[in-house]
Design a protein around this ligand. Structure first.
Ligand code: ADP
Ligand SMILES: O=C(O)[C@@H](O)C(=O)COP(=O)(O)O
Length: 421
């Protein structure tokens, strides 16, 4: 094992695992910190998927340190802390505290912050995070149900969360290449900076950054930051040039889509699926809280759809989400949906469903946490950042696609199935 990653949510973990496997590392994703033995023969990278994104900092730090200890014991030579490409964090954000704690545990004096993922429109320029042509704070992320993002300055966000000195390396330096960047790291160290936001507007920038951080024990960022890392191991003769992603045979069985993401992309995908005739059931947190909808009812409805893939969704627009949160509380409204969809998944599995798409990071955390596979094997890419995965260590494996709320083309729920044989 060469590279170890700690991801703060499930969709983010499979996004990163896909990136590493596309770049030639044989990668698996574990669900939480493994409690038993994991066979790491022929594995180059392990991504430990936590569900820590919205947890209080002390909890997120403890979970991340536990993952770090496991990864180091398993032989990881470099660690990535993976958070969202939209820097999703609560008002009491835990990205800073987790970064501080990982730096301390590794006894390291400098790391970088770079959530850029140009393939999905996330770029960092002058320390500001953009989603396509919009600043983060002007994008739909300002209305996220759990982590509304109203500031686009990564330097300001990180400085508010971390106890360490935060600096910035601009794109003009990145564009000059890895040696210029290493020089900027030396200068930043001399100034006492410990956490450096690094601009990146293209995959080429990310590859340059990847090369320049080859000797960094800790790197933090989105999945994009991993694009250049496998090449460092290849250059050092530690990774064979031809480690192709393995073959993927999807289990036979029923299919379903469970969507708890309220992101704009997911809502568009739901509209497209319904317009194409996909049977759908909308669930609402207030109806669930008041007992008007039950897991058994939803699962029965899904199973009655036969050959037609059913879509169960709670996704709603910002006004509807706010109304539910006003009635139930922000966290409670989210938990009700997450719990409902997780229980539904268990009931569907018990009735032969073997292929599930889950939309939403927190939602995926709840669903996969309930299904409780030990690990996920990374299969084919559906869209940038979203692979099919296969549950590992189970008598009857399932194919799962964990879709980040904001990822995927409009026809994602329709086309994803075509990749399963
Ligand atoms: N109708 C709704 N009202 C309030 N909260 C909701 C509703 N539907 C889903 N949620 C919650 O919103 C959160 C969405 O987060 P997540 O699953 O991570 O999606 P994304 O990937 O888009 O960020 C979850 O906690 C989910 O339970
Ligand atoms: O980096 C990203 O954007 C994703 O990998 C990610 O973390 C997704 O989180 P959700 O939008 O909450 O699914």
């Amino acid at each position: 094992m060469l590279l170890g990653a700690i991801a703060d949510d499930l969709t983010g973990a499979s996004d990163l695992a896909l990136m590493l496997s596309r770049e030639g590392m044989r990668t698996i994703q574990t669900i939480g910190v493994p409690s038993g033995n994991v066979d790491l023969t022929h594995i180059d990278a392990v991504v430990v998927a936590l569900k820590s994104r919205t947890n209080p900092a002390t909890e997120a730090v403890a979970m991340s340190l536990e993952a770090l200890a496991w990864l180091r014991a398993a032989g990881a030579r470099q660690i990535i802390f993976k958070y969202c490409s939209t820097f999703d964090s609560t008002a009491k954000g835990n990205i800073g505290p987790v970064t501080d704690a990982l730096l301390a545990a590794l006894d390291v004096d400098l790391t970088i912050v770079c959530p850029a993922f140009p393939a999905n429109g996330r770029t960092v320029y002058k320390g500001h995070l953009f989603l396509a042509e919009k600043l983060l704070s002007e994008s739909p992320m300002r209305n996220h149900p759990l982590t509304p993002m109203t500031d686009s300055s990564l330097v300001r966000l990180m400085a508010a969360q971390s106890s360490l000195k935060v600096g910035l390396v601009g794109q003009e330096i990145v564009a000059r290449g890895a040696e210029a960047l290493r020089e900027a790291f030396r200068a930043a160290r001399a100034l006492g900076d410990r956490v450096l936001v690094v601009d990146a507007i293209s995959d080429q920038d990310l590859r340059t950054i990847g090369e320049a951080v080859a000797d960094f024990p800790l790197i933090t960022g989105g999945s994009g930051i991993a694009i250049g890392l496998p090449e460092n191991f290849r250059r050092a003769g530690l990774l064979s040039g031809n480690s192709e992603p393995g073959s993927f045979t999807a289990p036979r069985g029923g299919a379903a889509i469970l969507a708890g993401s309220c992101s704009e992309a997911t809502r568009g995908q739901i509209q497209a699926a319904i317009a194409a005739g996909m049977p759908s059931m909308r669930i609402d947190p207030i109806d669930i809280a008041q007992g008007r909808v039950t897991v058994g009812g939803a699962a029965d409805w899904a199973l009655e759809q036969g050959e037609n893939t059913p879509l169960i969704y709670s996704s709603a627009d910002p006004t509807e989400v706010r109304a539910a949160q006003d009635a139930l509380g922000r966290q409670k409204a989210g938990e009700i949906i997450e719990h409902f969809l997780a229980e539904t998944a268990i009931m569907l599995r018990a009735n032969g469903v073997r292929r599930i798409i889950v939309a939403g990071g927190e939602t995926s955390g709840a669903v996969v946490g309930a299904l409780a596979p030990a690990a996920l094997y990374i299969g084919p890419e559906i869209d940038p950042g979203v692979p099919w995965t296969l549950t590992m260590g189970e008598a009857e494996p399932m194919a799962l696609a964990l879709k980040s709320g904001n990822f995927g083309t409009a026809d994602f729920f329709l086309k994803a199935w075509e990749l399963l044989q």
